[in-house]
Write a protein that binds this ligand. Structure first.
Ligand SMILES: [Ca+2]
Ligand SMILES: [Ca+2]
Length: 78
C-alpha cells in the first residue's frame, strides 16, 4: 500500500511541468525573481539572472527556469 502511494507521488512529480520552478517560487506567485533564485542559489548574480530572463520581464517563468537548467545556468532542483 505504501509502495503504491509513493509511486503515485513520484509519477505526479515527474509529470508536473513546473515542479522545479515551484520549488524556487517561494511566494508562489508563478514567477521566480532574482531574490528567489539567490535564496536557493547564492552564487547566481544579477547578470546571471538577466541572461536567464530571456524576455527581460524581471522574473523567470517555468519555461525560462527549465531552459536555464538545461543550459547549465541554474542548478537543477533535486
Ligand atoms: Ca515568486
Ligand atoms: Ca522572464
Amino acid at each position: 500500500m505504501k509502495t503504491i502511494l509513493m509511486s503515485a507521488v513520484a509519477a505526479v512529480a515527474l509529470t508536473a511541468p513546473a515542479w522545479a520552478q515551484a520549488d524556487l517560487d517561494t511566494n508562489a506567485d508563478g514567477m521566480v525573481t532574482l531574490d528567489e533564485v539567490q535564496a536557493a542559489n547564492p552564487d547566481i548574480t544579477a547578470e546571471d539572472f538577466s541572461a536567464m530572463d530571456t524576455d527581460s520581464d524581471g522574473a523567470l517563468s517555468a519555461e525560462e527556469v527549465t531552459a536555464a537548467q538545461e543550459a547549465g545556468q541554474l542548478p537543477a532542483a533535486e
